[in-house]
Design a protein around this ligand. Structure first.
Ligand SMILES: Nc1ncnc2c1ncn2[C@@H]1O[C@H](COP(=O)(O)OP(=O)(O)OP(=O)(O)O)[C@@H](O)[C@H]1O
Ligand SMILES: [Mg+2]
Length: 196
């Protein structure tokens, strides 16, 4: 788990967007699985998002009009809806984030913290190779902060690449590595190649 730290405006969110191929760069390259992803076209980037990445971002990226279950399982639905194993897995991840039995509710009706946990459940459901999280513990109570921190630790432990931007010192302490943005660059940062 790599933690991105640094004062407000130092570029943490920008770097996450670049690593997730949501923003393009003026210079430098992002290497994904040995390939220069900065050259990928839209279809290739969409495949990367669908098959490999989970975003846990502050603005959730949830579809408000849809159900909680839909948001958790988006991209996994066939013509006839969810397959039984996927439905069971959705129930399982929802119970992990303390939202048992809430799958049928409309997402718009949830609180901010509950929505953030739906985003987390979606990331769990996907079992992504890369988890990118932007201040995932901001504005959560202690129990939910622990939930989020433990989730990120678990994801890293099962082998996912986790990159998390945060001001939360507990989350910084949970990381294996830390990059302080806006400070003096280390020799490895001076090389503009970043790999995920
Ligand atoms: N596409 C862009 N082009 C030029 N400047 C940008 C662009 N996107 C963001 N910035 C600027 O880059 C700086 C870094 O912004 P960013 O949101 O990455 O900071 P941050 O470290 O995430 O801050 P915070 O801790 O407040 O979330 C800001 O001053 C922002 O206005
Ligand atoms: Mg930010």
């Amino acid at each position: 788990m790599l933690v991105l730290a640094g004062k407000s405006g130092s570029g943490k969110t920008t770097l996450l967007n670049v690593l997730g191929l949501l923003s393009r760069t003026d210079a430098g390259t992002v290497v994904v699985g040995g390939q220069d992803a900065t050259k990928w076209n839209d279809a290739r980037r969409r495949r990367f998002w669908r098959d490999h990445v989970a975003f846990v971002f502050q603005d959730y990226g949830l579809i408000d009009e849809s159900s909680v279950e839909y948001n958790v399982t988006v991209g996994r639905r066939g013509l006839f809806g969810l397959r039984q194993p996927d439905r069971e897995r959705a129930d399982q991840v929802l119970s992990h984030v303390l939202l048992s039995g809430r799958g049928k509710e409309q997402t718009a009706r949830l609180s901010g913290g509950e929505k953030q946990r739906v985003g987390l459940a979606r990331a769990m459901f996907r079992g992504a190779d890369v988890v990118l999280a932007d201040e995932p513990t901001a504005s959560l109570d202690r129990r939910n902060r622990e939930l989020v921190i433990n989730f990120l630790i678990e994801e890293a432990r099962r082998g996912a690449t986790v990159v998390v931007a945060t001001h939360d010192e507990d989350l910084m302490a949970a990381g294996d590595d830390l990059i302080l943005l806006g400070g003096e660059p280390t020799p490895s940062q001076r090389d503009s190649h970043l790999s995920v």
